[in-house]
Design a protein around this ligand. Sequence first.
Ligand code: HEC
Length: 138
Amino acid sequence: MTSSISFLFVRRVLLALGALCFIGSSQAGDTQPDALLSQYQQAAGQKADRLRGQKFFNATAANDLSCASCHGVSPVLAGKHASTGKTIAPLAPMVNLERFSDSAKVEKWFRRNCKDVLNRECTPLEKADVVAYLKDLK
Ligand code: HEC
């Protein structure tokens, strides 16, 4: 009797520890569009502007590319990669729940895509604007 109670207790502690590890990791499902938005706003020291985000998204920059070149002018729909022609799932999180839910993935692609489009990384304010633009699109 005593041993089965302590077994249950140990099991509970282990489960709780497992849950903590999961929350602490930066794997899929560690964030949300609103959380990312406030993180970027805080880093920028400014409020995001969704219209500025929309302009940024559609503006053709250094390499004759815009974000819309691959993600489409309407990010609630699937995009098409400008050089490979591969289909890219919609970027708007209201229609694609996986978007802006994994901070490592978001950072990786912001870094790569901003370099492709702007020849530099995006600033925290540009990221905040883009998330503000995309997050409520339906
Ligand atoms: C040359 C094509 C291309 C261009 C241009 C491009 N992207 Fe992407 N983007 C991709 C691909 C490919 C992926 C990864 C595949 C996927 O997630 O569907 C991706 C993924 C992303 C993601 C990951 C989102 C998530 O949570 O899954 C973000 C954010 C993103 N792009 C933002 C941008 C922004 C902002 C710009 C403009 C500065 C931009 N992209 C321009 C091709 C592009």
